[in-house]
Structure formats: structure tokens, C-alpha cells
Ligand binder design. Structure first.
Ligand SMILES: Cc1ncc(COP(=O)(O)O)c(C=O)c1O
Length: 419
């Protein structure tokens, strides 16, 4: 086959992952229960259990899953021809341009990654301003892999580690106070890691306020938006942070293995290139990522996921997820033996909320409860450890969750609460 035999239009379309999705208003600005039911029906989810563990990654809606399958088939046929002639340059750049519109920053400030872990590890481990005797700071609730990367960074540079303990119960002000105090106690802090929407408790940290506080003390901030991106209604500049790591496979609903990092243009020099990359200039953000051969079919599907995501609208999506979360939380919060770790105040939560049966604080006790929930009640959740009060159970609905699913959870929690 030579290039002339290739259907060029088709090639270009798929190169950017732009194969037309069936025109539909199914996802456009949903508001009524009927709208959400139609959207729920557009997800192919297993019906033999209730999946309330959607913090791991987000099930793709059918149009996105179908686009992904088309891209897998297309790539399998056109293979390196497509990657070398279209996707590696033009396709990736088109996606980066779409991500720029999606995030509210310039395309040149973004680099595509395989997910939040890669984004954040690259930002943390290549941070260049740390000196011997400096302090780096993170909290007990940050993601394990990022804590490891922060520890490794500190070790490499002879820096100290300051660990912030997020109090329980927590509030927006309590969180600001605890960081304010920690920054005062550790005046040599150079770098702070923040997790926007916490994967252990669901608490939404007032990141913009804490970034302001940190910046006023000359502290740089790396923000983990793995759980908040696509779940909460914001654009990257709203956080005020110079360094941000995200994925697209949780709340944007793109295929697994998709994400991006952001470095504010003026700060690019403060993050070193990834493992000596020479494919891109040091002045190019893309030199901060070197993933090797990636799952291109997944990346080619990003535009389809963004399209659907934006049709629904972030504010609508956030409202729906909080509505589902409130539905179960408000029925169990007052049970004497149930502790809900996530506050109810506006702006402090999204879809994710964790609870604990009073006295059940070990990981083992919570794994046992998670097992009971799934085996006895058909409700799937996950144990999380790390909060100061002990381990807990995380509950995360998705856009396909129905109130009938949550009724099962509520009934189960009521029984756990008296057992
Ligand atoms: C808060 C947080 N940070 C980072 C990650 C890692 O994200 P990824 O799967 O995109 O590597 C996760 C995933 O669960 C997370 O919840």
C-alpha cells in the first residue's frame, strides 16, 4: 500500500480522533430526572452488583466506548503508518489544542500523559528549586505514590519532610488553618503538594486559598486534581497553582491511560526535562514527559470524551453527582454509630464521600465491612486508610447511578450500624 491508496479524509479524521459521533442531543444540558435516566442508560454497566466504586476510574459512556473500539480497529489496520504520518505530530497536537480549550490554559503549557501518576511524578521528581536544608510539605491524605515521590525528592536533595495532618472532622477553615500553621512552623518550606478532591475522604480542599497563602511565603505548589478534574466545576487557572497533574480516565470518562500535566509558562524552567529528554526543546513543555510507546487508541478517543463531557456541562454534572451523594449521606449521617467523614458545606464535597462504622478503625475491619457490603448486599465500595481517625469506606456514585442503587446502600449501612 502506498500513501495514495489511503483514504486521506478518513485518515485525517481518525488521526485526531475526530470520527464524527452520531449527532445527538441526548447529553445536552440535562436537568430533569428523565434526562439523567436517559444518560444513565447510555452506560453499559454490569447489572449483577451496584458499582459505588467509581473513584478508581470512570466507565466510558457508550458513544465514547464505541469510538474507542473504532480507534483500536483503525490503529490495528493502519498501525505505524498512522502513528508516524499523522498521529505522533498532528494528532497529538490537535488533542493538546482541544485540551487547552477544555482546561482554560495555553496548549503550550500542557503535555499529554498516561494519567495523574505520571503527571505528578514528573512534576515532583523534576522540581529544580529544592536545596539542602529546605523543607517539602504534604499531608496524610495525599495519594501514596505522590508521597513516595515527595520523599524521594527530599532524599535526593537533603531536604526535610513536613507532614500535615488533616483534622477530623474537617471544614474549609480548619483545613486552611492547619496549612497556615504548618507553613509558619516550617519557614524553609519550598514545595507543597495539595490534593484537590481527596481520594480517601472526598473532602475538597480550598486549594486556591492555600495556594495564595503558600505563594505569599514563596512556597511552590503542585496540585493533584486526579479526582477533581471533570468532577468539580473549575478551570485550571482558578486554582492559582503553577504545577498541576490530572488524568482524563476518571471523571472525564476517556479510556484508561490518558491524562495531562500543566506547567505555567513562566515556570517551565523550574521543572527539569524528563530523564534527559532530547526529543523536544527544553523550552517545550512536552519535554517534561517521555512515556515511550503509548496506547494511541486511548489518546485518539480523548476528543470524543471531551465532547460528551462538555455537552453535559460541568456544572450540571457536578450538581447531579452531589445530588446522588446527598441522597445517601443525608439518610445515614445521623445514625449514632455512623461517622461520615466528608462535610456537607457547599464547595467541600463532590461525588466521593467516606464513612466509618464507629469503632471500626483498622484497615482489616473496614475490608471486612466492604466484603460484607458486596457479598451480602451486592454493593461494591472500597476501603481507604490514612485519615487521622482511622480507615474508612469510600462510596462513589457515577452518572449511571440510580437512587434505587443508593437505597440498597442505605439499607445495608443501617444494618451495619446496628450489627
Ligand atoms: C488523588 C489521586 N491522585 C492520583 C491518582 C492517580 O491517578 P492515575 O490513575 O491517573 O494515575 C489517583 C487515582 O486514584 C487519585 O485518586
Amino acid at each position: 500500500m502506498n500513501a495514495h491508496q489511503v483514504n486521506r479524509r478518513k485518515l485525517l479524521g481518525a488521526a485526531a480522533g475526530l470520527t464524527a459521533l452520531a449527532a445527538t442531543d441526548l447529553y445536552a444540558a440535562p436537568s430533569s430526572a428523565a434526562d439523567w435516566e436517559r444518560i444513565a442508560q447510555s452506560y453499559d454497566v454490569a447489572s449483577d452488583f451496584v458499582n459505588l466504586e467509581n473513584g478508581y476510574y470512570g466507565i466510558m459512556a457508550r458513544p465514547v466506548a464505541e469510538e474507542f473500539k473504532r480507534n483500536i480497529d483503525y490503529l490495528n489496520r493502519y498501525s505505524s503508518f498512522h502513528l508516524r504520518r499523522q498521529f505522533d505530530q498532528a494528532g497529538m497536537e490537535q488533542i493538546r489544542a482541544q485540551l487547552a480549550l477544555h482546561t482554560g490554559v495555553a496548549a503550550e503549557e500542557l503535555a499529554i500523559t498516561r494519567g495523574a501518576t505520571e503527571s505528578l511524578q514528573n512534576l515532583i521528581s523534576n522540581y529544580r528549586l529544592l536545596k539542602r536544608g529546605d523543607t517539602i510539605m504534604y499531608c496524610n491524605l495525599d495519594y501514596d505514590a505522590m508521597q513516595y515521590a515527595m520523599n524521594a525528592l527530599a532524599q535526593r536533595h537533603g531536604a526535610k519532610v513536613a507532614l500535615v495532618q488533616i483534622p477530623e472532622p474537617v471544614s474549609r477553615q480548619a483545613a486552611i488553618d492547619v496549612y497556615e500553621k504548618a507553613l509558619r512552623q516550617h519557614p524553609r518550606t519550598r514545595l507543597l503538594l495539595l490534593t484537590h478532591l481527596n481520594h480517601r475522604t472526598g473532602f475538597v480542599l480550598p486549594v486556591a486559598d492555600i495556594v495564595k497563602l503558600a505563594k505569599s511565603r514563596g512556597v511552590d505548589v503542585i496540585v493533584d486534581v486526579a479526582q477533581s478534574w471533570g468532577q468539580l466545576d473549575f478551570k485550571l487557572p482558578d486554582l492559582g497553582a503553577d504545577f498541576i497533574g490530572a488524568n482524563l480516565h476518571k471523571w472525564v470518562g476517556a479510556p484508561l491511560g490518558t491524562g495531562f500535566l500543566y506547567i505555567r509558562k513562566e515556570r517551565l524552567a523550574d521543572i527539569g526535562v524528563e530523564r534527559g529528554d532530547e526529543d523536544f526543546a527544553v523550552t517545550d513543555t512536552r519535554s517534561r514527559v517521555h512515556s515511550g510507546t503509548v496506547n494511541a487508541a486511548a489518546l485518539m478517543t480523548i476528543p470524543a470524551a471531551l465532547k460528551l463531557h462538555e455537552e453535559i456541562g460541568l456544572a450540571n454534572r457536578g450538581r447531579r453527582l452531589r445530588e446522588l451523594r446527598d441522597y445517601w449521606v443525608h439518610q445515614v449521617r445521623d445514625l449514632p454509630s455512623i461517622q461520615v467523614l466528608t462535610p456537607d458545606d457547599a464547595g467541600t464535597y463532590g461525588a466521593v464521600t467516606s464513612f466509618r462504622v464507629r469503632g471500626h478503625t483498622t484497615p482489616e475491619a473496614n475490608v471486612a465491612l466492604v466484603n460484607r457490603l458486596v457479598e451480602q448486599y451486592g454493593v461494591f465500595t472500597v476501603m481507604r486508610k490514612g485519615p487521622v481517625g482511622g480507615a474508612c469506606i469510600r462510596v462513589t456514585p457515577g452518572l449511571f447511578t440510580r437512587t434505587a442503587d443508593l437505597d440498597k446502600l442505605v439499607a445495608a449501612i443501617r444494618e451495619l450500624a446496628v450489627a
